[in-house]
Design a protein around this ligand. Structure first.
Ligand SMILES: O=C(O)CCC(=O)C(=O)O
Ligand SMILES: [Fe+2]
Length: 243
């Protein structure tokens, strides 16, 4: 029986189950990565994954391009997601380098990742409880299927310390992360059998004081980028792999 909220978000999948095992094995072998002690989901942290300089650069890029955040799901609650988002320029030197590092850390091809998104929360702003995976009975699923299918893993990094509030809370898994500059939190949105894991439901809690900045990267089960990546970047990628 898949663990979901009764809405039947999706069933088991051998492909997603395999990604779950492979990424977990890779993260488990990395001495910088800590497994979070929860049973309900595969969840990890990597402290100081981003340097202070990288965090500052990303904060500036988010400020440059911020627009009100959007939602795929329909909700009557105007307070559901009140943050600002910004789609970071994937092929810019700074963003691409971080993109690659995250993909290599997880061992998922970079092409499977959506464009990195930045989020900014001012005091009073929040992102209420939600799951990152797509509901496969929803109106948007057909479209998502064409662009890489289900979201499997999430990697999210805090770019600054927040004076008060703004923790990421997983109420069913029973864990809460306080924003810590440069820390990456990684989790598998799928259960071991590859079905959506409702226990990964989480909330970006209301910021009380200060501004919260994060980046989020969602990985799909299939390539999200269909075309070839720009050739000058392919060269950069080669160099990166050689180092
Ligand atoms: O702001 C947070 O702590 C969580 C953000 C989040 O869940 C998301 O962007 O999907
Ligand atoms: Fe989320």
């Amino acid at each position: 029986m898949s663990k979901n909220n009764g809405l039947m978000s999706g069933g088991p999948s051998p492909v997603r189950a395999k990604v779950g095992r492979e990424v977990a094995a890779r993260l488990g072998a990395n001495p910088n990565v800590k497994r979070v002690k929860v049973d309900a989901a595969q969840m990890y942290t990597y402290e100081h994954f981003l340097s202070e300089d990288e965090c500052d650069t990303l904060v500036a890029l988010i400020d440059e391009k911020a627009r009100p955040s959007t939602l795929l799901a329909v909700t009557d609650d105007p307070e559901y997601r009140t943050s600002d988002s910004s789609d970071l320029h994937r092929w810019s030197e700074e963003v691409y380098a971080i993109d690659l590092r995250i993909a290599e850390l997880l061992g998922i091809p970079e092409e499977h990742a959506e464009t990195m998104q930045g989020q900014r929360y001012s005091p009073g702003q929040q992102f209420r409880a939600h799951c990152d995976y797509f509901h496969e009975n929803s109106h948007y699923w057909e479209k998502m299927k064409e662009s890489g299918g289900q979201r499997t893993w999430t990697a999210m990094a805090y770019l600054n310390q927040v004076e008060e509030g703004g923790a990421t809370w997983f109420p069913r898994a029973g864990i809460r992360f306080k924003p810590k500059s440069g820390m990456l939190v990684i989790w598998n949105n799928m259960a071991p059998d590859g079905s959506p894991n409702y226990d990964t439901i989480h909330e970006g809690m209301r910021v009380m004081e200060g501004t919260k900045y994060i980046i989020t990267k969602w990985f799909r089960e299939e390539p999200w980028i269909r075309g070839p990546i720009p050739t000058f970047l392919a060269a950069a990628k080669q160099q990166h792999t050689d180092n």
